[in-house]
Ligand binder design. Sequence first.
Ligand code: BYC
Length: 307
Amino acid sequence: MILPDMEKLFQDKIDAEIKIEPKDWMPEGYRKNNIRQISQHAHSEIVGMLPEGNWIGRAPSLKRKAILLAKVQDEAGHGLYLYSACETLGISREETINDLHSGKAKYSSIFNYPTLSWADIGAIGWLVDGAAIMNQVMLTRTSYGPYARAMVRICKEESFHQRQGFESLLVLSKGTEEQKAMCQDAINRWWWPALMMFGPRDSESSNSDQSMKWKIKRKSNDELRQQFVDMIAEQIKVLGMRLPDDNLKWNEERKHYDFGEIDWKEFWEVVKGNGPCNKQRLEARRKAWEDGAWVREAAKPPTPKGE
Ligand code: BYC
């Protein structure tokens, strides 16, 4: 009997745009790569609640507070869909979370920067959620079914996040001189870290080739980063602010904006754990896990009688 070439059948399925579902055969590398990316994504959502949570008690009005609360709750929901998608690949929630707490798993570099003023909340919505959507719209078509489906709802919520961020900055940009300065300062500090969210240059992206072949990723890091720069370079004009990049310039030949060099040394330092808030973020997550132990205990189903 000739055994089917499972790897080939799998790749044919991917090429035919058929989604891979949890009980389907898949190469071990595909399973692992999805666990890596989906769990990092889930951790990013959960750690991403921290910088914004910092401003819930200091929001300037009831309206802004209600919006921010809803946004932070959405991020928790995103984390939960993604942890669930990850579990369908045969890894337990506890294992995934342990990897975050031990420092083994990564999460997005962006959340290791501090939120110093109220304008940072607007800048996060506009730039950070804006970068996230750019990446996540592509992920609604990722080849792993549970991940793709989770992304559809996440993208809808993220687009509300981006709009509220932009609107909040628009108000500041039309305010007093002090408010305008606060808005510009936040944009200056969040611009470059937002560009880093897309990951290293394509030439240094270790996972991209295989992820593109398996259609886990549909666009490269540099492609998405360029798309984001082109979008924001136009939107900033409406705000009447400027992006902190003297090399930002429309290139008629390429039909794209040229932009300056990212500080890759800073990016890798933050990824390695040496960013301004890495330690603080992980400590906050570990503490939340320990403080929540009684909830997990109370929520456990009772042991059946006689056991
Ligand atoms: N930060 O081979 P590469 C959100 C790592 S949260 C840290 O190009 P890949 C939100 C990468 O993991 C948005 N590490 O990787 C929440 C790899 O290391 P490993 C989060 C990074 O996976 C709250 C190494 O560098 N979005 O929306 O092909 C409030 C080489 O990179 C980063 C997602 O997670 C980084 N920025 O491509 C507001 C989307 N970049 O794992 C908003 C899902 C790279 O080999 N993820 N690394 O040890 C992805 O699409 C991809 O994982 C990436 C990177 C495009 C991020």
